[in-house]
Write a protein that binds this ligand. Structure first.
Ligand code: MG
Length: 463
């Protein structure tokens, strides 16, 4: 039984995700670790997170483990703390950027990277067998709050950027915490970098009153307008668990995540000529193009930060990340990290003296267009089977199946892939010509939507 998607487990609270489910799955995590050592529990700022976090901590203590409670922290901050507090693993209660009704669980291994798939499979097997464990009264573990998780994390970020240079630049920044976990870290980081900032939505609120937690251009339109209104050098918006950040330049332009990935891939490979950049198949061709002059190469993976981070570790990559604003800087930690990205953007503005708009305009002009189509989870497998025919029929292009189906033609490429976290099918299309990319994405979305309708009708007929 597969429970973990591309980024952990995400379910609706009060539906699949209830107190018993958390007890059973966290009990299974303790079981595969044989109840030994210290475990960390940290959460995002959703309405159910403190409750579910305490259930997780209690379950681990009852399994005989000593528990360190980090409280509400960004996922990358929890990851950063795991090896430094010598924990065997961490359980993170988070649904990242999902809508407010969701919550979720992800596992962090002793090295601070997300659980590899093999470990998730062992947890799923223990869960299916209901193999939890409870110890007797003398061996119940302790539960200890750890209040300095955020400052340890922020200090780690300060050690990998040129703080003096950033201070001298006297930046002004608009930071939008999206009522999520970055509230405890990004304002603190900016303060320590000597950056003057205006903070928006910088209170915890799991109903996300500021805007929905996924930092898409549509969701953060109000923040985009505010950047120019306050005269900021740039704006930054984090998703709920702050492993991602999206940026708005000083002209008030929302910068797509793939542009930031290309910008920092170029910086990393310039500093480490011949370096490798790891990114999923959803990423822009701009990455390969900008690192080629420095002898860099790209390794494409399946979607999901656990896969990207592990591939970076295995192949000693200098940079990695996704097109959604989740960047992984190898000199900090092998985790998607919204706050380190914020520090690195401040640093690049300080060292180049250029405005963000100029840096972005120096990248090749690719246009990556994303669409999504509703697709019930049970139809995923059938949809994937049918997609190659759908795309091959009229393109005649080169097909790759690293994740989903990607078809490349002379005009650009299109990728169709069922989401691993939501009942959706995601469509990505890229071209140097915006109109071509838009037509490729929309045309494919129309065809996928009608395919989903056909599959639904078929499964109704059978039922
Ligand atoms: Mg996230």
């Amino acid at each position: 039984m597969r429970l973990f998607g591309t980024n952990g487990i995400r379910e609706v609270v009060g539906g699949t995700l209830d107190a018993r489910f958390v007890t059973d799955i966290v009990g299974a995590v303790a079981e595969v670790h044989e109840g030994k050592g210290t475990a960390i529990v940290g959460t995002d700022a959703r309405t159910s997170s403190p409750a579910l976090g305490r259930i997780a901590a209690g379950t681990l203590a009852m399994a005989g483990m000593d528990v360190l409670e980090l409280g509400i922290l960004p996922t990358p901050a929890i990851q950063y703390n795991v090896p430094r507090l010598h924990a065997s693993f961490a359980v993170v209660i988070t649904a990242s950027h999902n809508p407010p009704e969701f919550n979720g669980i992800k596992g962090i291994a002793a090295d601070g990277l997300e659980f590899p798939r093999e470990l998730e499979e062992r947890v799923e097997a223990a869960y299916a067998a209901r193999r939890g464990r409870t110890v007797d009264f003398a061996r119940v573990g302790t539960i200890t709050p750890v209040p300095d998780g955020a400052s340890r994390y922020v200090d780690g970020i300060l050690s990998c950027v040129n703080v003096d240079r950033i201070r001298q630049r006297k930046l002004r920044v608009l930071v939008d915490c999206g009522n999520g976990t970055s509230t405890v870290s990004s304002p603190l980081l900016l303060q320590k970098l000597g950056v003057r900032y205006v903070a928006l939505n910088a209170t915890f609120d799991g109903t996300f009153p500021g805007h929905l937690s996924e930092p898409t251009e549509a969701n953060v339109a109000g923040t985009v307008r505010t950047v120019t209104a306050v005269g900021a050098d740039f704006g930054v918006v984090h998703d709920g668990d702050a492993d991602r950040s999206v940026f708005i330049d000083e002209k008030g332009r929302y910068i797509p995540g793939e542009k930031m990935l290309a910008l920092f891939a170029r910086e990393a490979v310039r500093a480490h000529p011949g370096g490798l950049v790891v990114t999923p198949v959803t990423s822009s061709d701009a990455v390969a193009e900008v690192i080629a002059p420095f002898g860099g190469s790209v390794l494409f993976t399946r979607v999901g930060s656990p896969v990207v981070a592990r591939a970076m570790q295995e192949h000693k990559a200098v940079m990695g990340g996704e097109e959604n604003g989740g960047l992984i800087f190898a000199d900090h930690q092998l985790a998607r990290d919204g706050a380190v990205t914020l520090a690195k953007v401040s640093e690049i503005l300080a060292t180049t003296g250029q405005p963000l708009s100029e840096l972005i305009d120096s990248l090749p002009p690719y246009h990556l267009v994303k669409e999504k189509v509703a697709c019930p989870v049970p139809l995923r497998a059938k949809l994937l089977d049918a997609v190659p025919g759908l795309l091959d029929a009229d393109s005649g292009g080169e097909v790759t199946r690293i994740d989903g189906v990607k078809v490349r033609t002379s005009k650009g490429w299109v990728l169709v892939r069922p989401s691993g976290t939501e009942p959706l099918c995601r469509i990505f299309a890229e071209s140097r010509d915006r109109a071509v990319a838009e037509e490729l994405a929309r045309g494919t979305a129309r065809r996928v939507a009608s395919l989903v309708e056909d599959l639904e009708r078929e499964s109704l007929a059978r039922a």
